[in-house]
Design a protein around this ligand. Structure first.
Ligand code: GLN
Length: 484
């Protein structure tokens, strides 16, 4: 049962082959059994989950259920959950009990879904390996000496090990797609503004976007049907009509034009990864798609631009954690400056401090024009590159990550090499586009993801292509040995 997709679980619940309470207990047992090995959960909420499962069973019995009523899942610990600890992977928020639900949380609750717990993550979502968490690193279920990717590494690891059938993630520069790639699951980063950021703890507000992490594209579509939409409580939420994301899943992709950016396939791409992505693209060609080389000439500027914009916004967003209103406060402060300095000094980890310092520097008078403004100009160039490309093609395909999951500690003390590994994901966030990563193969028993990038609000199309791909491949069905 634990290997089932959301779609299969939904049918089993509706046909009363299993109750939500049984299902929830099954996944809770798995979470408890395997969390010591994987460290993918910060909080497991057994009592609340079982109570919600019983409520869901009543709704099903009364015929008041939605497609996802009674289905267990997990939230990344960046989403505020009323009455439940929301740590964002940081000591700073280790004692924070959110007083309200994020919009995404509210919508999934309203659909009758059952939250099992909150998943581990890089501190304040800063990282690509899940090693910056205050709660310790998460392990990759395919090989526990390797990272799961980050920052949504807990969600990716939990879904890959089938400790929950689905989870939420957030993606500021790749944090849904890259861990999805490294753990062999499907991860969709929606268009900026498509999913509400209300109650999602801010890292870099002009880049942050929540989305689903699932086994299949079909499952991601089901979750999108619940979480997408305008929210007046998020000032950058998009007032664009919402699709039924399952409606086009079975459309043919005959005639689809795929763009292959020459910058993504050139120097720097591991030849084994290149081969897997090329094979993935061949599958799409067999389904009637055609390919064309395209150019995204400003790709090499995306990392420097991202690592100016993201720290700048984080330095501003994280200034609210001052030891006064909520969060960690140092012991026995001498005076107010001491309280600020020690609360922040003790509450934040190394990577977060590094980003706050970079961000404060690039925003300071005298450097603002040279760094922050320049980065914003580059952002326009990157967006224009994509818009030019989408004049000729429907979708862009390429790798999600530069390699398979690296070893724990391999890049931890070399932040620049960690940053450079984000090359295929950050430009999508700078432009605000939607993109999906789907499992496409393995190298030495470690998964590899293929990325598909769409034009604004083309999530339905991405899900359609990914679903068609998953009808003719079975990479997404692979489960690590110990978790079968
Ligand atoms: N790895 C990127 C960073 O550290 C992306 C993080 C994210 O998407 N939250 O900034």
């Amino acid at each position: 049962m634990h290997q089932s997709t959301l779609t299969q679980l939904s049918t089993a619940l509706k046909e009363k082959k299993v109750s939500s309470e049984e299902l929830t207990q099954l996944y809770l047992d798995r979470c408890k059994n395997f969390n010591e090995a994987l460290n993918c959960f910060i909080t497991i909420n057994e009592d609340v989950a079982l109570e919600n499962a019983r409520t869901a069973d009543k709704k099903i019995a009364e015929g008041k259920n939605t497609d996802l009523t009674g289905i267990p899942f997990a939230h990344k610990d960046i989403f505020c959950t009323n009455g439940i600890k929301t740590s964002c992977g940081s000591k700073m928020l280790d004692n924070f009990i959110a007083p309200y639900d994020a919009t995404v949380v509210e919508k999934m609750n309203d659909a009758g879904m059952v939250m099992l717990g909150k998943t581990n993550m890089d501190e304040f979502a800063m990282g690509s390996s899940n090693e910056t968490s205050f709660y310790g690193p998460v392990k990759n279920p395919w090989d526990s000496d390797h990272v799961p990717g980050g920052s949504s590494g807990g969600s990716a690891s939990a879904v890959a090990a089938r400790l929950c059938p689905a989870a939420t993630g957030t993606d500021t520069g790749g944090s849904i797609r890259q861990p999805a790639s490294l753990c062999g699951i499907t991860g969709l980063k929606p268009t900026y503004g498509r999913v509400s950021r209300y109650g999602m703890i801010a890292f870099a507000s002009s880049l942050d976007q929540g989305g689903p992490m699932t086994q299949t594209a079909e499952d991601a579509a089901l979750i999108m049907n619940v979480i997408a939409g305008f929210d007046k409580r998020d000032s950058t939420s998009a007032e664009h009509p919402v699709d039924d994301y399952t409606f086009r899943l079975n459309d043919s992709i005959e005639g689809l034009k795929i763009g292959l950016p020459k910058e993504y396939f050139g120097e720097g791409l591991d030849s084994n990864i290149a081969k897997i992505i090329e094979d993935g693209i061949k599958e799409l060609e067999k389904l009637g798609a055609s390919c064309k080389e395209i150019e995204l000439p400003n790709t090499d500027l995306s990392i420097p631009a991202y690592y100016v914009v993201a720290p700048a916004e984080c330095s501003s967003n994280l200034s609210r954690f001052d030891g006064v209103r909520f969060g960690y406060r140092c012991e026995e402060p001498k005076d107010l400056p001491d309280l600020y300095c020690r609360s922040r000094g003790e509450g934040f980890g190394k990577e977060v401090k590094r980003r706050i310092m970079i961000g404060t520097y690039v925003l300071s008078a005298g450097y603002y024009d040279a760094y922050y403004l320049k980065a914003q100009q580059i952002r326009h160039l990157i967006r224009d590159d994509f818009q030019n490309a989408f004049k000729d093609v429907d979708v862009i395909a390429g790798p999600t990550a530069t390699g398979t999951a690296f070893k724990l500690n391999e890049k931890l003390n070399d932040p620049v090499s960690m940053y450079l590994s984000d090359i295929y994901t950050v430009s999508v966030n700078l432009a605000g586009l939607p993109a999906i990563s789907v499992p496409a193969g393995f190298i030495e028993n470690l998964p590899v993801g293929m990325q598909l990038i769409g034009n604004y609000f083309e999530e339905s199309r991405l899900l359609n292509i990914a679903h068609q791909y998953q009808q003719v491949t079975d990479w997404h069905k692979q489960v690590p040995k110990e978790y079968k």
